[in-house]
Design a protein around this ligand. Structure first.
Ligand SMILES: *Cc1c(COP(=O)(O)O)cnc(C)c1O
Length: 453
């Protein structure tokens, strides 16, 4: 299933139906396709798949170059939390730009970054937290992998150089994060570049935790760390784990002295109904990877949070080899920090988690009532405001995922599937009416797009 994921989810089949002949859209698509290489996108087909060309946004809606509006039901690929153009966040950005946009964190500090790190440290489920910023989620994972590796070297422990990772896992697209990822996504080509890992099944296997615990016991002496996405394997199509199972695996790792890396790039910042999914699992990782919602979807910034035990293993004489010689140019960007800091405040001021839980319950009810029973639907999976509706096409070549999403886009709701799983990731501030609209449009889109003819 994973092989076709992510790459083939432009809004196929529905063309620019209904656009006036002199619309700006076609000319923007031509200019776009001439110079922009879109990720996870077959560029030979890009222009024919009716891409939405965004001009601006208002609240939770994107507005395209022709003035058409689309409810952003995928939160701009899972990054947007409170919506677009949030006045409070915009103001934080303006205020910071009047001070400084960026200054390096390599060997020097920045006031707003200190404030942001303090605010994060007070909220992350990590003991004695220390925050190393990066830019993308993949880079946060990459940092965590290297930190775990060097941790054992710094302690003088020989042989703890491997990782335990799960089937179905997705941790990003750099070579290191790809190595702990489970493959699929057309990445098998890079198998020769991947470093080998110990791998046990993903959350689609009801015995995944037993298998992981057994593998931990078997390989402990050679494991630097276990890496997992607590509670939800998002890119796998929203596979949901029992929180107690996650807790059990982490507990086993603890007992065997294997470091625990939680990748909360997708689940962090309220998505699953708590600020971090680790909290629901009763888990406190040694290394926590954050990205996507870290800046509310405003700026490219990520972070790896290390606990005190890991951090202290890197302390030593100046310029000594215990130092972590790793750092990204835009690590701790001041604009990102200013927005991230205000975002953390707003999550509390607006009691966003209460809205996530209420809207998640509403979504669960509506999906059960209107979607789960539809013939093309095989399964509905959800945790908080992350949901996946798995379609079951009778043949592989029907591209139901992308046809259904295209039908939804034509109705003004922006969706994007993972293969034949339609992903619903509405912003955390979505209203009752917006959730209702997303599910109604999804029902119509399934009826239109999930057909054999
Ligand atoms: C999206 C994602 C990543 C990669 O983040 P990028 O910012 O796209 O590099 C890593 N891990 C998980 C769980 C993700 O969902």
């Amino acid at each position: 299933m994973l092989a076709s994921v992510l790459r083939c989810e432009h809004h196929g089949d529905v063309s620019t139906a209904g656009r006036s002949p002199n619309s700006d859209h076609d000319s923007w698509v031509r200019r776009d396709a001439a110079v922009v290489w879109h990720g996870f996108t077959q560029m030979a087909a890009y222009a024919d798949n009716a891409p939405v060309i965004v001009d601006r946004a208002e609240g939770r809606e994107l507005v395209d170059v022709d003035g058409r509006r689309y409810l952003d039901a995928i939160s701009s690929l899972w990054v947007t939390t409170l919506g677009h153009r949030v006045p409070e966040l915009d103001r934080a950005l303006h205020d910071q730009i009047d001070r400084v946009a960026h200054s390096t964190l390599l060997g020097n500090g920045n006031r707003v970054v200190i404030e942001f790190a303090e605010a994060l440290a007070a909220r992350v489920p990590v003991d004695d937290p220390h925050v190393l910023f990066a830019s993308d989620g993949a880079a946060a994972v990459e940092q965590a992998l290297k930190i775990a590796f060097q941790y054992w070297a710094n302690l003088g422990v020989v042989g703890r150089t491997r990782y335990l990772a799960l089937g179905q896992a997705y941790h990003g697209d750099t070579v290191g994060s790809l190595s702990v990822g489970a493959g699929g996504f057309g990445t098998d080509l890079f198998d020769q570049l991947r470093f080998p890992v110990a791998r046990t099944p993903g959350y689609d296997d009801p015995r995944w935790a037993d298998r992981a615990v057994a593998a931990l016991a078997e390989h402990a002496a050679e494991l630097a760390a276990v890496v997992l996405e607590p509670l939800v394997q998002g890119a796998a199509g929203m596979l949901v784990a029992d929180p107690a199972d996650v807790g059990r695996v982490v507990e086993a790792a603890r007992e065997l002295d294997v470091l625990v890396i939680c990748d909360e790039v997708a689940t962090g910042f309220g998505r699953t109904g708590t600020l971090f999914a680790s909290e629901q699992c009763g888990v406190r990782p040694d290394l926590l990877c954050l990205g996507k919602g870290l800046t509310a979807g405003y700026l490219a910034q990520s972070a790896t949070v290390a606990d005190g035990r890991v951090y202290e293993a890197f302390l030593g004489p100046d310029l000594s080899e215990r130092t972590f010689y790793h750092g990204h140019s835009y690590s701790g960007n001041a604009l990102a920090a200013a927005v991230g800091l205000r975002h953390l405040e707003l999550l509390e001021e607006w009691d966003v988690l209460a809205n996530v839980r209420a809207r998640a319950e509403q979504l669960r009810g509506l999906l059960a009532e209107r979607i789960a029973g539809m013939v093309p639907v095989g399964a509905v999976r959800q945790q908080g405001l992350m949901a996946g509706v798995e379609l079951t096409p009778p043949r592989e070549d029907l591209r139901w995922g992308r046809r259904v999403c295209a039908a939804a886009v034509a109705r003004g709701v922006l969706l994007r599937p993972l293969g034949d799983v339609v992903v619903l990731m509405p912003p955390l501030t979505s209203t009752d009416a917006e959730i209702d609209r997303i599910v109604s449009v999804l029902g119509e889109a399934i009826a239109e797009g999930a057909t054999v003819a």
